[in-house]
Design a protein around this ligand. Sequence first.
Ligand SMILES: C[S@@+](CC[C@H](N)C(=O)[O-])C[C@H]1O[C@@H](n2cnc3c(N)ncnc32)[C@H](O)[C@@H]1O
Length: 167
Amino acid sequence: MHPLLWSVMLLRITGPVGRCGDFLPNAQIPGFDVAADTQVTDEPRITTYLCDSTNSQQTAAILSRMRVEPDLIIDDGLHAEDAQIATLKNFYPALRPGGLYVVEDVWPDNVENILEQLKQLDPGCPFFVDRSRGRCFAIVIRRPREESWVRRLLRSLSAGPAPGLSD
Ligand SMILES: C[S@@+](CC[C@H](N)C(=O)[O-])C[C@H]1O[C@@H](n2cnc3c(N)ncnc32)[C@H](O)[C@@H]1O
């Protein structure tokens, strides 16, 4: 039997990596951060990338090189609405079907817009808003394992008419 292997992405790896490493002892952990002082070089299970998570070209280049399907993606980067949305768009497609995507520290006023973007990205995708942690919320999204006919229908409706069919 294979050991359970997780691929986990954190947007910053400093102190919490130790805790994360303890918590997920079999995890391979790629981490992304814009700040050079967050890069880790002495931990075999952790690989860090200097990267702006909101930049689609930078993230696509790194993700295509890594060729992993992470089980868990945690966005604990820039807690601004635009950044959380851009990061979701850049990283969610890389998530393994059945995996979890967590947006940390979402301001209550931003929840609806982020969920609206999620709906466009993956209509019908299940999510949970954790409001238990005080001032800021967390959004936990599960990428469905397989596409049901309902989600296929929602996706086709949200995509609009095929090119050439509109007037
Ligand atoms: C709130 S801290 C989180 C740190 C860490 N997860 C922790 O719990 O201590 C935010 C981190 O996001 C990084 N960051 C800010 N904007 C970013 C961006 N656009 N792309 C990637 N990382 C970013 C910052 O450099 C900082 O290290």
